[in-house]
Write a protein of this length. Structure first.
Length: 306
């Protein structure tokens, strides 16, 4: 039997893309899991190591050796963090092709590539919806902690422009990488061992929520709940495009606001979200997913391998 990359049989769901008969025996998925996880950890350590050297050479390191940051400059620290997560994209694509023996593009969608036209249509729906969702959340929590009181205030136009450039250049890759790892590759690896997509979706959603750290219970529920809906949408539409749109929109707006209010050094994550954000998410996550699923049906977006 040839050992090169091969797609899954026609009619395979998104989570079944690893079932191409080229990945080895029944437990071969464990090997892919171990290799890719090892590469992800190695990539993170490499980025942090290089960043530490750069910080030391250019005198950007904090004075205290016990500091939790690598750079004293919050923009440089943000850039390092975004790059360290963005490496997830090439790592999982490499793992799918070289270890899973399937075309790397099948992690993007069942047609073997990222469907840019479909991604654009999802953006037309998702970006305004995300703006509305975050606007409602900010308005609801304004009396608790006015946005203008967050951070050190507007940093000035030149500093804001630099911060915004970093956000626009790197956040799309960081957000997409999280989708490629949790909603994409991990679901497909587990899908090599189980028949139903839902054990993989649930486990990947749980890990996604835990990866954001331990904060408020409301934040954990928000992350886990939205991840379940997004996992369903990936299976329903046969690809990552629709969830990449929402993740990128959410993160760009959030980091953009933080840059505007001088709060890029804020270490809180979605795990620290208040209960109001959770309530808003309970409505907007299914709203977006059901609308996109309806549009996908009308436009004949492939849900299984052609």
């Amino acid at each position: 039997m040839p050992s090169g990359p091969a797609p899954a049989p026609s009619g395979s769901r998104y989570d079944e893309q690893g079932r191409n008969g080229r990945g080895g025996g029944r437990l071969a998925w464990v090997g892919e899991l171990v290799v890719v996880l090892g590469m992800l950890i190695g990539g993170l350590l490499t980025v942090f190591g290089v960043a530490s050297i750069v910080a030391a050479v250019f005198d950007l390191a904090p004075a205290s050796a016990d500091s939790e940051v690598v750079f004293t400059d919050p923009v440089a620290e943000l850039a390092m963090s975004l790059v360290s997560l963005a490496i997830g994209i090439p790592v999982v694509l490499f793992g799918a092709r070289q270890v899973g023996k399937r075309p790397a593009g099948t992690v993007s969608s069942v047609v073997g590539r990222l469907r840019w036209g479909w991604l654009g249509r999802c953006a037309v729906v998702g970006v305004p919806l995300m703006v509305l969702q975050l606007g409602l959340m900010i308005a609801w929590t304004w009396d608790d902690e006015p946005v203008g009181d967050v951070g050190g205030g507007f940093p000035g136009w030149s500093a804001f422009a630099v911060s915004l450039a970093v956000v626009l250049a790197l956040v799309p890759f960081q957000a997409a990488a999280e989708e490629y790892v949790f909603r994409g590759w991990l679901v497909q690896v587990i899908g090599r061992a189980v028949r139903s997509p839902w054990p993989a979706v649930v486990l990947a959603s749980l890990l996604f929520a835990l990866a954001h750290g331990f904060g408020e219970l409301s934040g954990f529920v928000l992350l886990f709940y939205s991840a379940l809906w997004w996992g369903w949408l990936v299976i329903r539409t046969g690809g990552l495009e629709a969830v990449i749109v929402m993740h990128v929109a959410n993160n760009v707006i959030a980091f953009g606001l933080a840059a505007g209010f001088g709060a890029l050094d804020d270490t809180s994550t979605a795990a620290d979200a208040p209960w109001q954000a959770m309530v808003v998410e309970l409505v907007f996550a299914p709203l977006y997913c059901l609308v996109i699923a309806r549009i996908a049906d009308r436009r004949g977006i492939a849900r299984v391998s052609p």
